[in-house]
Design a protein around this ligand. Structure first.
Ligand SMILES: NC(=O)N[C@@H](CC(=O)O)C(=O)O
Ligand SMILES: [Zn+2]
Ligand SMILES: [Zn+2]
Length: 375
């Protein structure tokens, strides 16, 4: 088949390689192709053991690098544990894969300054993750005394130039679940940024206009945020659409439409403060379809098409490349990727499930049509 290509530059960024191509095949079908610098995933759960073996292959062809979350059982609290987890990840990669796992440490009240120094020296650990104890999946060992016991460690992170990644919700059961991000910003993040203005912070998986307002109020390069596909495409109605939908339940929980719109406006604004972090968090189907179902949405196999759909819905495909491929490495002070990937426009139906150990995992958007796929 011969392809005739008409290339239209999508953005005016000098360093941008993003282009929208129209490929006309001999079958006279017209296809839109979107080529961008290969993206990275700045928030990913790869799990361990059987789960790792099952979900890992979904990542490695699309994303060049990923920040690997440390909320295993037991959590990854030491550099030694992070190094051995990294080796287990590398073992399940196909031999020709050049995927690079970027490791993180799970902050606890007992984390030491020495561990932070070792983390920096290792070159393999790129950040430290704060889970307020009880806020989300496997956060029981998380922090209970951030402004007390953890303060010397946070100061050491400033010295070592390691960013703090936060699950930005208070775990206080007296706070309404839809307000927990806003209250975290008011009671933890604002005071933290005031105390340690040089600490670089990533608010992970933001869900509210409050988070966007806070991030735009601080100097560039201090607080950034990852945004998931579910928080760009779904509002809280999706949890209750036609009955309880456990596969649309994640933490922080989906919010009102006004918050979704604020997130879409933020990621398509061209601001470098927002970058791609899927928070793809697989749980075996029966642990979600249960009387007390787990929080976490599995988006790995379809994440990039979902982001493309979200950007396209508001006519901002030209902003996808910076969000997916530039802003993350720039914040982490890592080089941008030099490889590219191509998305093809055309509807296809997302599978109802994927294998997961001896069971299965249901992806986001299961059974629904999506407009983009990977070439
Ligand atoms: N996002 C989720 O709902 N779940 C994540 C944990 C997290 O990122 O908070 C998980 O590990 O399952
Ligand atoms: Zn989280
Ligand atoms: Zn997560």
């Amino acid at each position: 088949m011969s392809l005739k290509k008409v290339t239209m530059p999508l953005s005016h960024q000098e360093s941008g390689s993003s282009s929208l191509d129209v490929a006309v095949g001999s079958s006279r079908s017209v296809k839109q192709l979107l080529t961008i610098t290969q993206p990275d995933d700045w928030h990913l759960h790869l799990r361990d053991n059987d789960g790792l073996a099952a979900v890992a292959p979904h990542r490695f062809s699309v994303f060049k690098r990923a920040i690997i979350m440390p909320n295993l059982k037991p959590p990854v609290t030491t550099v030694a544990a992070a190094v051995s987890y990294r080796e287990r990840i590398l073992k399940v990669l196909p031999s020709d894969s050049d995927f690079e796992p970027l490791m993180t440490l799970y902050l606890t009240d007992a984390t030491t300054k020495d561990e932070i120094q070792r983390a920096r020296k290792s070159g393999l650990v790129k950040a430290v993750k704060l889970y307020p104890a009880g806020a989300t999946t496997n956060s029981q060992a998380g922090v209970t005394d951030l402004f007390g016991k953890c303060m010397p460690v946070l100061e050491e992170m400033v010295k070592q130039g390691l960013p703090l990644l936060v699950h930005g919700e208070v775990a206080d059961s007296s706070v309404d679940i839809f307000d927990r991000e806003r209250v975290f910003i008011e009671t933890v993040l604002e005071p933290l940024v005031r105390k340690l203005p040089q600490l670089r912070v990533v608010m992970e998986h933001i869900t509210t206009k409050d988070a966007v307002d806070f991030i735009s109020s601080v100097p560039e390069g201090t607080v950034a945020a990852t945004v998931t596909p579910q928080h760009l495409l779904l509002n809280r109605n999706a949890i209750f659409q036609g009955g309880l939908q456990p596969h649309n339940y994640c933490l922080p929980v989906l919010k009102r439409e006004l918050h979704r719109q604020a997130l879409v406006a933020a990621v398509t604004s061209g601001s470098p403060r927002y970058f791609l972090g899927t928070d793809s968090a697989p749980h075996e189907r029966l642990t979600k379809e249960a009387p007390c179902g787990c929080a976490g949405i599995f988006s790995a196999p379809i994440a990039l098409p979902l982001y493309a759909q979200a950007f396209e819905e508001v006519g901002s495909l030209d902003k996808l490349e910076a969000f997916a491929s530039f802003n993350g490495p720039d914040f982490y002070q890592l080089p941008r990727n030099s490889s590219t990937i191509t998305l093809v426009k055309g509807a296809w139906s997302v599978p109802h499930q994927y294998g997961f150990g001896s069971g299965s995992v249901v992806p986001m958007w299961a059974g629904q049509n999506i407009n983009w796929s990977l070439k």
